[in-house]
Structure formats: structure tokens, C-alpha cells
Design a protein around this ligand. Structure first.
Ligand code: ADP
Length: 537
């Protein structure tokens, strides 16, 4: 324990000697004394004095004045002053002492026990005060560190967001090229062996895309950028689609796949169909992965139904390898797998269920896993949905080989894209649709080409060197020649971030297409923009 400095101020030397002798046995004090108030003040300024025992009656400065001086100086106002007095115990003196800032009185002749007890109790107080002071300092320090950590976390979130935007662009751009070339090869003359190679390449690039999408999804959710899009849709049709997809896959593994739907399930509900499908697909894909024989069932149960709402539970039950009880708690956490051998044997990143859990949260639902190790598992998602009678517009997605799509009427299209593989693939696709194509590698060249030639449409990558797609669009859209300013522009964005797509529209783009894109989707977008342009001109 730290020693406390105690000052004795008394004009009579003999009083100092007797008081010092009285306090000599007290631990953790260091006694300093003086017979002169002026010298005592200097001692207080220079040394860290904690307690002062001050005689009241002194020539020159009396005890009360001395204590007032201590209290008026910020350097010494913390000192605990105890008045030592032989004068009357009348209240007016007591009050004068307390008013000047003293904390207590000792009366002469000093009672040794009371004096020692009082000093010990003040030392204890000082130690407690010191402890509180240290704790306050530590508290203040941790408050500063917390603020710093918060700022750092905010910085990290921002750099994560821009990393996400860049990474999604950088990774998806080459995959876009690969997927495009696969499309091109598919529509060329191939022998059976080559068709098999293409199928394998297709599977590999799709699983690469799935992994990247998983990583992007979890980062998007964690940084609050995942948007849930609520709409009316036919849940029964969605379940039928899921059945069609997985029936074939289950058959490949010689597994039975059934969908058992509660007759109480309504036709239309309001939710995000894409995310619901993502959750159920994930459960079924896992069941397919971890089941060698037996069957997989998707059971849809209605738990509660009112006039406008329905609580439904989607459970995928399998007869697979099951999960150990100690692992079941962890599997909804990111990067967690049932056991360490799983990756070696089955592959996977451990992200699927973590995404499912987060998506379920975003849909105000919950997920649950039950399993008997060695016998099988049941994964369920439960949520309450609004029921609707509304018929959503039918989406017609026509999956065709791109080269069989309808030809355009001699369109001249400018492609601005710095990635050679992508522009090559895109040019090939557009040429197969009867378009004439020019390729440039940056925004500046795009603007120059637009100045020199006439185009029906521009395909513009957003991230390019020298001049970005955004800047080039802005320049073209304010072209002095209205014919040029009205050329429809489709941006090609590999970013998954909505604000990047919004930025493209803000710059003046007429449409946005993602990377990798579906050729049918691009064909539809071009048809729409061209017919709109023809209608205007
Ligand atoms: P991944 O399958 O990519 O490893 P998931 O998050 O989808 O990641 O699953 C996490 C883990 O949960 C899996 O590695 C596996 O151990 C376990 N698991 C999930 N579904 C099943 C299932 N149907 N049967 C057995 N184990 C499962």
C-alpha cells in the first residue's frame, strides 16, 4: 500500500514532537512537520501531502487562514485538514474551522486513542479515494479505447464495403468471361466428348460462382446491405419449381424425393420468394450431399392460419449421416461444419446454414435443426406470412441457347469493356444476334467513338481505366447532338452492391445488367430499349 504524507503544523516544537510520537506506530504514513505556516504552505505545494494536522492558534497566519489558503489553491485543495485546538469547543470555532475547509477537529490535550483512530480512519479514506481515482482513470482510458475501437470498426466496415464492391467486380468479371465462353462453345459444333467437357466446365464454374455468391451474401447481410424484396407470389408454384429441380438431382443419387404440402397452405403469400427458395434449396442441397440412401422429404405444415396470415413451417427431412449432438449447436454459425472430417469428405465452406439463419432472421422467421447421429436430420424454417389473393404478373423465363434467339435488325453496338475475354464473348453473342459491334477499352475512347460514329446502343462496363463508365455515360448523355445523347446505354456491372447499380442509373444509364449475365436477359433488355427508341424517334 502506498505511504501517505502527513503534515503537522504547530508553532510549538514540543507539540510537534509529542504528536509525532503519538502517530509513530501508524503504518503507511510519512510525517513531515513545520512550525512556520509559510514554510508549511511551500511544503504542501512541493510535496504530495494528503493530511494536514493544523494548530489553530499561531502567530501571523492562524490555523483557519492556513486551511483557507490550502483550499483556495487547486494544487493543495485536496488536502484533508484536521484542526488541532486548545480553545473552547464552542460551536462558532467549530463552524469557522469547517467553513475554512477543515474536515475534523482534535482537541488539546489530545486523547491518544481518539487521535490515532481518527488519523487511521482518514488514511483509510485517502486510500479508498486513491483507489477510486485509479479506477476512474482506468475507466476513462477504457472509454477512450472504446471510442477508438468504435471508430476503427466503422473504418473497417467502410473498407469492407469497398473491398466487397471491388472483389465482387474483380472475381465476377473473369467468371463472366468463362460462363460466356461456355455459352459460345455450347452453340458450336461439338462431339460428345467435348460436350461432356463443356458440361464439366459448366458445373465447375457454377460451383465457383455459388461459393463466391455465398461469401458475398454473408458479407452483404453482415454489413446490412442485403435487401429483402417482399412481393406477392405463388408459394405453391415455388414449391413445384423446387420439386422439379431436386427430383432429378435426387434421382441421380438414387434417392426418393417427395414434397408433402399441407392442404391448408394458401396459393399466394407475401414474402421474398428468392430468399425463401434460397433457404429451402440450401436445406435440400445439404440433405442430398449428406444422404447416401433412403429418402428426402420437404414437408410444408401450416401451424396457424387466420383470415389474413399464415404461419408455415418448411421442414427438410433426410435419412442421411446425421449430426453429432455437440455439433448441432454450432452448425448455424459461419464456417462451422459438423466435424472436421466433413470438409475432406464432402467439401463445402460451412457458410450455407449461416446464410440461412441470417436470411430467416431478415424474414422474421426462425430455423431449427434436429438430428440423430447416423439416422438422419430434419432442418426447418418457420415464419408468418401475409396471405394474398393477388395474382402477381407471370414471369416468362425462356431458357434458350443464345444463338437461337431472334436476330436484331442490323444494330450497331459499341462495347466499352477493358476485359478482353468479356468483350470478345459479348461481341460474339451480339454478332450472333445480327449486330455490328465496335469494341473500345475505356470510357474516353467510348466518348470519342460516339463523337465519330452513329450507334444504336452502347454496352458500358462501369469500372474501366482512364475514364470510368459512369463518367463516360455522363459525357454522352449531355452530348450537344440529341441523337447521340439519346443512345440507350446498358451498363455491365459485376458489383453486387445496390448503390453501385443505383449510381449507374444516376449517371444516366438506361438499364443495368449484372455479371455474369443471362444471355436471354440481355436479349430482352436490348429489345425493350430498341423498341422504346424506335417509338420515340
Ligand atoms: P457446408 O455444407 O458448406 O459445409 P453448411 O453451413 O450448409 O455448410 O452446413 C454446415 C454443416 O452442417 C455441414 O458441414 C454438415 O456437417 C452439417 N449438415 C448440414 N446439413 C446436414 C444434413 N442434412 N445432414 C448432415 N449434416 C448436415
Amino acid at each position: 500500500m502506498k505511504s501517505v504524507n502527513l503534515l503537522i503544523l504547530d508553532d510549538k516544537e514540543e507539540n510537534i514532537i509529542s504528536l509525532s510520537a503519538l502517530l509513530a506506530d501508524i503504518q503507511h504514513i510519512n510525517i513531515i512537520s513545520s512550525t512556520d505556516p509559510n514554510e508549511a504552505l511551500k511544503i504542501c505545494w512541493k510535496n504530495d501531502i494528503a493530511i494536514a494536522l493544523v494548530d489553530v492558534q499561531m502567530p501571523g497566519i492562524n490555523g483557519f487562514e492556513f486551511v483557507s489558503l490550502l483550499k483556495s489553491n487547486p494544487k493543495t485543495n485536496h488536502i484533508m485538514a484536521i484542526m488541532v485546538t486548545a480553545i473552547s469547543k464552542e460551536d462558532k470555532y467549530l463552524l469557522q474551522g469547517l467553513k475554512s475547509g477543515a474536515v475534523d477537529y482534535l482537541y488539546k490535550p489530545l486523547n491518544p486513542e481518539i487521535t490515532v483512530a481518527k488519523v487511521i480512519s482518514f488514511i483509510k479514506q485517502i486510500h479508498i479515494q486513491e483507489e477510486i481515482k485509479q479506477k476512474n482513470i482506468a475507466l476513462e482510458e477504457s472509454r477512450k479505447q472504446l471510442i477508438l475501437a468504435k471508430e476503427e470498426a466503422e473504418e473497417a466496415r467502410k473498407s469492407k464495403e469497398s473491398f466487397l464492391a471491388n472483389m465482387s467486380h474483380e472475381i465476377r468479371t473473369p467468371i463472366n468471361g468463362i460462363v460466356g465462353i461456355i455459352h459460345m462453345l455450347r452453340s458450336s459444333e461439338l462431339n460428345d466428348e467435348q460436350k461432356d467437357w463443356i458440361n464439366r466446365l459448366d458445373t465447375a464454374s457454377n460451383s465457383l460462382l455459388l461459393i463466391i455468391n455465398d461469401i458475398l451474401d454473408i458479407s452483404k447481410i453482415d454489413s446490412g446491405m442485403m435487401k429483402i424484396e417482399i412481393e406477392s407470389f405463388s408459394i405453391r408454384k415455388k414449391l413445384a419449381d423446387i420439386k422439379n429441380i431436386f427430383k432429378v438431382k435426387a434421382l441421380d443419387k438414387q434417392l426418393d424425393f417427395d414434397v408433402d404440402i399441407d392442404p391448408l397452405l394458401p396459393e399466394y403469400i407475401k414474402s421474398d420468394p428468392l430468399r425463401i427458395q434460397q433457404i429451402i434449396n440450401n436445406f435440400i442441397s445439404n440433405s442430398l450431399k449428406f444422404t447416401e440412401s433412403g429418402n428426402i422429404t420437404l414437408k410444408v405444415a401450416v401451424l396457424e392460419k387466420t383470415l389474413h396470415a399464415v404461419t408455415a413451417q418448411f421442414t427438410v427431412i433426410d435419412t442421411g449421416i446425421g449430426i453429432k449432438p455437440e455439433a448441432i449447436e454450432k452448425i448455424f454459425l459461419a464456417f462451422e461444419q459438423g466435424d472436421d472430417g466433413i470438409t475432406k469428405k464432402f467439401g463445402g465452406t460451412g457458410l450455407g446454414l449461416a446464410i440461412v439463419k441470417r436470411l430467416a432472421d431478415l424474414l422474421n422467421g426462425k430455423v431449427e435443426a434436429k438430428s440423430t447421429y447416423g439416422d438422419g436430420s430434419a432442418f426447418s424454417f418457420q415464419a408468418t406470412f401475409e396471405q394474398t389473393e393477388e395474382l402477381p404478373p407471370e414471369e416468362k423465363i425462356d431458357k434458350k441457347v443464345f444463338s437461337t434467339l431472334e436476330k436484331f435488325d442490323n444494330l450497331t453496338i459499341l462495347i466499352a469493356e477493358d476485359n478482353d475475354l468479356n468483350s470478345f464473348m459479348l461481341a460474339h453473342m451480339l454478332e450472333s444476334w445480327g449486330c455490328h459491334v465496335d469494341i473500345v477499352k475505356n470510357g474516353r475512347q467510348a466518348v470519342e467513338n460516339v463523337n465519330q460514329q452513329d450507334y444504336d446502343l452502347i454496352m458500358m462496363d462501369t469500372h474501366m481505366p482512364i475514364m470510368s463508365g459512369f463518367e463516360a455515360i455522363k459525357e454522352i448523355k449531355k452530348h450537344a447532338n440529341p441523337k447521340k445523347a439519346y443512345i440507350p446505354i446498358i451498363t455491365i456491372s459485376a458489383s453486387v452492391l445496390e448503390h453501385e447499380q443505383a449510381a449507374a442509373y444516376e449517371a444516366g444509364a438506361d438499364s443495368v445488367i449484372g455479371k455474369p449475365f443471362d444471355p436471354v436477359d440481355l436479349h430482352q433488355k436490348i429489345s425493350k430499349l430498341i423498341s422504346k427508341k424506335t417509338a420515340i424517334s
